[in-house]
Design a protein around this ligand. Structure first.
Ligand SMILES: Cc1ncc(COP(=O)(O)O)c(C=O)c1O
Length: 373
């Protein structure tokens, strides 16, 4: 079978592959400790579920405009103005089936064959795939030497703060450096802010709020992580109108729209009580402290994650990410993601997701102690 070159260059997502392995081991009766999950282990808060149920019962089960439910687009624009300082109106907002599709559609809308896109190593796996599907080329860069990666072909810089997998949060100075480069070199910036609320002791800053970035920023966000709504598939982008219109056209011919009643749930998520978010972040903070101190006790140092729910751990002393991931899986049935999946310079690391209960974290730490302690 002759598949297209575009799709042949795309490998299976490493995290999805690991979930398959976890499921196989489980079906063999093994007690698998899964530290590879990229989703909150909480259920969607009941008031959000009720809003979607009511929408279904009320007959909101039909197509919606491709840009999304007008009330939801308005609510997102209002949230971006109030919380993020981004001067968006509903015309700048497109609701998509998950933030992932917002990223894909934005990259397809901005990147032509041969254009270069700057990614910071380590970066979430999907960005590279999206750039390749658009026919673009990834230039890997370090946050410490960004100008080294610029060429006349550079079109877009993708940033992600709080960061998956490294857990860092970009501060104002670094964001201003990126803003200045974007303006000086006439570049667009795609800012993936999906973990904005899962943040500890730091303040989230949106690059789209800076002067000069109104026409250069695509801000990505969604409901999956903040409201434990991964399966609902609702995300959004806010972009200059030509980009928003382009994404809408792409949606018209690909997905039509994000699921109608899920968008009513998302509307309730934004407008309803936010205590559920605080509760979840409190729990994540406790687990973060548990995992970092547990690793320290085993003699494995790791940077304190400032946001998201991942610890990115240097295991070069134990043979590197691939080897350690394999040993942990084989000997302790602990699944972690090898760092090499996140960029060419990250092979020394493993990513440990702490989106699982404290008991499972303790059991996983015991497995790690057995293999590496
Ligand atoms: C950095 C980052 N962006 C976007 C997404 C996708 O979110 P969604 O479920 O809204 O597609 C993820 C999910 O793992 C992520 O880690």
């Amino acid at each position: 079978m002759n598949l297209s070159e575009r799709i042949s260059g795309i490998s299976e997502s490493a995290t999805i592959k690991l979930i398959d392995i976890a499921n196989r081991l489980k079906s063999e009766g093994k007690d698998v400790i899964n530290f590879s999950f990229g989703e909150p282990d909480f259920d969607t808060p009941p008031h959000i579920v009720d809003a979607a149920k009511k929408a279904m019962e009320d007959g909101f089960t039909h197509y919606l405009p491709s840009g999304g439910l007008p009330e939801l687009r308005e609510a997102v624009a209002e949230k971006l103005r109030r919380e993020n300082g981004i001067e968006a109106s509903a015309d700048n907002v497109v609701i998509t089936p998950g933030a992932k599709y917002a990223i894909y559609a934005s990259v397809i809308s901005l990147v032509d064959d041969g254009d270069e896109v700057i990614l910071f190593d380590p970066a979430w796996i999907t960005y590279e795939a999206c750039v390749r599907l658009a026919g673009g080329r990834v230039r890997w860069a370090s946050l410490d030497h960004i100008p080294d990666a610029l060429t006349p072909k550079t079109r877009l810089i993708i940033i992600n703060s709080p960061n998956n997998p490294a857990g860092y949060v970009l501060g104002e100075d670094k964001l201003k450096e990126i803003r200045d480069l974007a303006i000086d070199h006439d570049l667009m910036v795609l800012s993936d802010e999906i973990y904005e609320k899962i943040i500890y002791d730091r303040r989230h800053i949106s690059i789209g709020s800076f002067d000069g970035m109104e026409d250069r920023t695509v801000t990505i966000n969604g409901f999956s992580k903040t409201y434990a709504m991964t399966g609902w598939r609702v995300g959004y982008l806010a972009a200059p109108e030509p980009v928003a219109q382009a994404v809408k056209r792409l949606q018209q011919h690909s997905t039509t729209c994000a699921t109608s009643f899920a968008q009513y749930g998302a509307l309730e998520a934004l407008k309803g009580d936010q205590a559920c978010v605080d509760d979840m972040v409190r729990e994540f903070r406790m687990r973060r402290d548990l995992i970092v101190s547990g690793l320290q006790e085993i003699g494995i140092g790791c940077e304190m994650p400032e946001g998201a729910f991942y610890a990115f751990v240097d295991v070069s002393a134990f043979g590197g990410g691939d080897r350690v991931a394999e040993i942990l899986l084989r000997k302790a049935h602990v699944i972690v993601t090898p760092g090499g999946s996140f960029g060419p310079e990250s092979g020394a690391f493993i990513r440990i997701s702490y989106a699982t209960s404290s008991d499972r974290i303790r059991a996983g730490l015991e497995g790690i102690r057995m293999c590496l302690g």
